[in-house]
Design a protein around this ligand. Structure first.
Ligand code: FES
Length: 178
């Protein structure tokens, strides 16, 4: 390399990578399209998952029986609740044994056996003054205390009495027995 050539090379401006017109257009159009698509898709996405983001409403109390009709003898009552779970709404049928205790206080127990979930019955010749389960012979007292087979007492509904009517709320662990 002679002196002139060397001189030329050292002063050659560094060639910057410049964006071509084609690249500029495709970036701009691509960005604008993504922005517009986002604007259209995000509200749809929000709409689709919205029920999942909603806080689950607490189980409401349901009016089930007139206060005057409740006796010391447990009675099986059928009732329905309205449930909303995400997009799915349902009205499952439930049952409760509603009775008055010795102090006249109304309480309600779940009829679902704590052994393996069969439906229990009250009284009869088989087990006078006890709840009994037809599946494996569990027995419970009127307060729901387990006497045999079942490992735990019957669950209890929250109860509210208002204007002469008994309302049942969510199920909870039995508060009447230890
Ligand atoms: S399910 Fe009730 S005793 Fe087994």
């Amino acid at each position: 390399m002679d002196h002139n050539q060397q001189h030329e090379t050292s002063h050659k401006p560094i060639k910057r990578k410049e964006m071509t017109r084609r690249q500029f257009l495709s970036y701009t159009l691509g960005g604008a399209t993504a922005f517009m698509a986002g604007g259209a898709i995000l509200p749809m996405l929000r709409f689709a998952v919205d029920p999942l983001l909603q806080k689950k409403a607490a189980t409401p109390f349901v009016k089930v029986v007139e206060e005057t009709k409740v006796t010391a003898e447990p009675q099986k009552i059928d009732f329905k609740i309205h449930q909303v779970d995400g997009w799915y709404e349902s009205d499952p049928k439930l049952q409760a044994f509603v009775a008055k205790d010795d102090a006249g206080k109304i309480f309600a127990l779940s009829p679902v056996c704590k052994h393996l979930g069969c439906t229990i019955s009250w009284g009869g010749e088989e087990a006078p003054n006890l709840y009994h389960c037809p599946c494996h012979g569990a027995r419970y007292t009127k307060d729901g205390k387990q006497l045999k087979v079942a490992p735990k007492p019957l669950d209890e509904y929250e109860v509210k009495v208002e204007n002469g009517w008994v309302y049942l709320g969510p199920l909870e662990a039995n508060t009447r027995v230890k």
